[in-house]
Design a protein around this ligand. Structure first.
Ligand SMILES: [Fe+2]
Ligand SMILES: [Fe+2]
Length: 278
């Protein structure tokens, strides 16, 4: 069994400061095998914001799979935006924009979907599809394949398709060919889980799509701050949502969903009664 902590949209520069230490404590207590952070580490890609993000990363368990988000590309400094868009990210977070972790039970790849040419939207390109192929073409059974990007491959109801990662449909064919199991994303500041088969019809394939809310940002879009905790024990995966409870001044597990892998891909097998976190 493997435990993954999935954080997203930290937005240092606009964090709710009282949540930082409780989040670090909760993540450490989960004793994860991997910590995934799916982008938007900062609010405006400023050096001081990345320094704060660096201090936070240093306090979390390792290994870490971290990818940038659209907020990690400078917005107003046009020269930096187009000439050195990820300079601060590379300096303070990581120069590796294709981070990869693998052990006997899970393989996790992170890819950068943030782009200079669009302010908000993201993309996946041909080179990255090649990276997906080279990292995930192995066929050993029982290894759960996980891809982390900032921009999501699926959306909760009511969201505009513009929020999907660009070239998602082309990429989905590659993901299906490599039998990617789980897609982790952020960007929406909304927790959500779904199945790729609901949006992309590929025979015999349905990956699990898991989006995390914002862990620390003050821009909560109607939800409390939260993060995801995944327990993976092939062919099952449990996705739990840990939500900030202001009354208890801590993150608490609010909801769990259990999924199983079968002939048609990943499907939810049980939905335990929801408990109210706040
Ligand atoms: Fe964000
Ligand atoms: Fe974003």
């Amino acid at each position: 069994m493997r435990t993954i902590v999935h954080l997203s949209d930290l937005h240092f520069g606009r964090v709710d400061a009282g949540l930082v230490e409780p989040l670090i404590e909760t993540v450490r207590a989960a004793r994860p095998h991997v910590v995934v952070i799916s982008g938007d580490l900062t609010q405006r890609a400023r050096a001081w914001q990345f320094k704060e993000a660096r201090t936070f990363l240093d306090a979390l368990p390792k290994p870490q799979i971290v990818v940038p988000g659209n907020h990690d590309v400078p917005l107003y400094n046009v020269f930096a935006r187009f000439l050195t868009p990820l300079e601060n990210y590379r300096r303070y977070v990581s120069a590796d924009l294709e981070p990869f972790y693998r052990d006997e039970e899970i393989a996790v790849l992170g890819l950068n979907t943030a782009r200079s040419l669009t302010f908000k939207n993201g993309r996946i390109n041909q080179e990255q599809l090649q990276v997906i192929r080279s990292r995930f073409s192995f066929k050993e059974p029982g290894v759960t394949k996980i891809l982390a990007t900032h921009h999501p491959f699926d959306l909760p109801k009511g969201h505009d398709e513009d929020d999907l990662v660009g070239r998602a449909r082309t990429a989905m064919e590659r993901l299906a060919a490599c039998r990617i199991d789980i897609l982790l994303a952020g960007h929406l500041h909304v927790s959500h889980s779904g199945h790729t088969a609901d949006r992309y019809r590929i025979a015999g394939y349905s990956a699990l799509v898991v989006s995390a809310g914002t862990a620390l940002s003050e821009r909560r879009r109607g939800e409390q701050n939260s993060f995801n905790l995944l327990h993976i024990d092939w062919p099952r995966a449990t996705v739990s949502r840990c939500v900030w409870n202001p009354d208890q001044n801590r993150f608490v597990e609010a909801q769990s969903e259990i999924f199983a892998h079968g002939a048609e891909g990943w499907r939810q097998v049980a939905e335990p009664p929801k408990t109210e976190a706040s």
